[in-house]
Design a protein around this ligand. Structure first.
Ligand SMILES: C[S@@+](CC[C@H](N)C(=O)[O-])C[C@H]1O[C@@H](n2cnc3c(N)ncnc32)[C@H](O)[C@@H]1O
Ligand SMILES: [Zn+2]
Ligand SMILES: [Zn+2]
Ligand SMILES: [Zn+2]
Length: 441
């Protein structure tokens, strides 16, 4: 048996730097053998989803007397300085309609349930014991072997795996492009598009795209695009068409293309309503058969190629329908920092706090191919990783010269006014890239 009872709690120690009288509790529990934590600063169970979460990802509703996690509500990042941090998560409570704060700030305020009354505290601690046993240092005998396969059959397997094997990361293997069928990739998008429309319509009623597009990508796109008055513009992979509508409102003659029938039908319905003079075509980018050679002055594509199976063929088609010397301006997920398998190294690993994300782990950069990826509650779609040079070579072979590469970053004012952006560390790492290409022949 290994006893770590003398290791101090990571968070108690941190708080003691700011409050010298704060107790130094022993770190009785560890999730990953790197950091030890006391019961107050460990994980608690959400009363809604029943999952255990880092204490800072939960709030206590004093009216309903229960804990609810950030996945079961919509947390908002609120700028606020205390201890080592500059923000708290605030939650609009669906149970009592009041606003509550995460347990970290609640503790600072003296409103953490264990500070409110002894009885609630005892109940909470009893309630978490079962889970904590699974990952307390005493729960694993030294020398005990556990295979990866065994570990994966255990519910909530990541905890015992990490306990046993240290901070390992599992990379989902990428399937080579030639083993993936276009029909499958397309069907996946078709299945996703209704849910995508619901989300975009709810989160961006002003028809400007999601927060990343509004605050990071699109300002940089528009800077490159410039004047569009009177230009014939193709939006390749238009999705719900918001970018087409922006282009049209700036005086362009716009055509939108997407291979999802649901998206195109949505766009057409909007067009019937708004009469912006936009044409929509349900086509795959690999075969733009409705268009003749050299038809467009400008082609744009906003975060699409990470979803395109045969990107080389799509570039060739885009080049074919673009006028000589015309520009193709394309944004995409960054090929180095926003790859499928990259993630922030966090310490502790379950933390939702920015200051505990230390760096992005990049590996297997040269692997290219696709895998099914789920974004939040959207059903899985195929996403493709390719290196920067694979993209640049394919663009060159399609007859493009890359004139400029932009790695968009929000300015300080944008970050300050949108604290939620901080949570995505968009000022630390470029998650997006924009290529401005000119058709050279
Ligand atoms: C991430 S969405 C972006 C949509 C839109 N540009 C936006 O910014 O909201 C990617 C879009 O590309 C479309 N798409 C992916 N692969 C495609 C292909 N090979 N041909 C046509 N459309 C494709 C999908 O249907 C989806 O609408
Ligand atoms: Zn502690
Ligand atoms: Zn929950
Ligand atoms: Zn409440």
């Amino acid at each position: 048996m290994v006893s770590h009872s003398r290791s101090p709690c990571f968070y108690c120690e941190m708080i003691r730097k700011y409050e010298t009288n704060y107790p130094a509790r022993p770190g009785e529990f560890s999730v990953d053998d790197t950091v030890y934590r006391c019961a107050i600063h460990s994980q608690f169970q959400c009363s809604v989803c029943k999952k255990f979460h880092h204490f800072s990802w939960l709030y206590w509703c004093p009216n309903e007397k229960r804990l609810i996690c950030g996945n079961c509500t919509s947390p908002v990042l609120l700028p606020l300085s205390f201890w080592n941090t500059t923000y708290t998560y605030s939650f609009h409570c669906r149970s009592c309609n009041d606003v509550h704060y995460d347990l970290f700030y609640s503790e600072f305020q003296g409103k953490h349930p264990w500070q409110l009354d002894k009885e609630t505290y005892t109940q909470l601690i009893e309630g978490i014991k079962v889970n904590q046993l699974k990952w307390s240092p005493a729960a694993f005998r030294e020398g005990e072997k556990i295979t990866l396969e065994e570990a994966l059959t255990i519910p909530n397997a990541v905890l015992p795996i990490r306990k046993k094997l240290g901070s390992v990361r599992f990379h989902s293997p990428l399937l080579s492009q030639s083993n993936i069928a276009q029909s499958e990739v397309r069907a996946q998008w078709e299945q996703t598009s209704k849910r995508w429309l619901d989300i975009v319509n709810n989160t961006s009623p002003e028809d400007k795209g999601d927060i990343n597009r509004q605050l990071i990508i699109d300002p940089a796109m528009w800077k490159l695009i410039g004047e569009v008055q009177g230009l014939t513009v193709l939006d390749a992979g238009c999705g719900n068409g918001y970018f087409c509508r922006c282009l049209a409102s700036k005086g362009a003659q716009v055509t939108g293309v997407d291979y999802s029938e649901t998206f195109i039908q949505f766009c057409i319905d909007k067009e019937v309503d708004q009469q912006l003079g936009i044409n929509y075509h349900c086509l795959s980018l690999e075969s733009l058969s409705d268009f003749y050679d050299h038809q467009f002055d400008l082609i744009v594509s906003n975060i699409v190629f990470v979803d395109v199976l045969d990107y080389k063929q799509a570039f060739k088609e885009i080049s074919r329908v673009l006028k000589p010397s015309g520009r193709f301006i394309m944004s995409n997920l960054h090929p180095a920092f926003a790859r499928i398998n990259n993630s922030f190294y966090r310490l502790p690993f379950d933390t939702p706090r920015n200051e505990e994300r230390h760096y992005v782990m990049v590996d297997r950069y040269f692997d290219s191919g696709g895998t099914l990826v789920s974004w939040g509650s959207i059903s899985p779609i195929w996403q493709f990783d390719r290196t920067l040079s694979e993209y640049s070579t394919a663009l060159k072979e399609a007859g493009f010269l890359i004139r400029e590469i932009v790695e968009p970053k929000p300015d300080n004012e944008t970050i300050q006014n949108n604290p939620r952006l901080l949570a995505f560390d968009t000022d630390r790492i470029p998650f997006f890239i924009i290529y401005e290409c000119v058709k050279s022949r």
